[in-house]
Design a protein around this ligand. Sequence first.
Ligand code: SF4
Length: 135
Amino acid sequence: MDYRTVLTTCTYCGCGCNFFLEVLDGKAIGTIPCKTSPVNEGKLCIKGWNVHEFIHNEKRLKRPLLRKNGRLEEVSWDEALDYTAARLKEIKEKSGPDSIGFLTSAKVTNEENYILQKFARAGVNTNNVDHCARL
Ligand code: SF4
């Protein structure tokens, strides 16, 4: 039996609370708030307390889905990315860059949010970028 705790940051919102994930035999089984974190000082909201539950949830999306003939089908990352790149290019050429908008998320890192807005502004030439924290 291998038990350990891993210090990490909550992925549910932008507050950045710290906690220890309890890991038993490679599986996350619990959450312990970090008392020394200056952000949350040993406290967590209900989402943070239960954050370990989604990691191994069987309903979690792990592969891209593409709608084909009205039904969502699992596809490879290559197919999903090729399709998305082609559609973005087609829409941009037909309707202009400001016909495209990007919505990013508090559930990813600052670096990932930075990359998406950079792609929107420098790659697609639009400032249509927003974030779920404003919704
Ligand atoms: S524990 Fe709650 S407040 Fe803290 S980062 Fe997670 S979701 Fe946000």
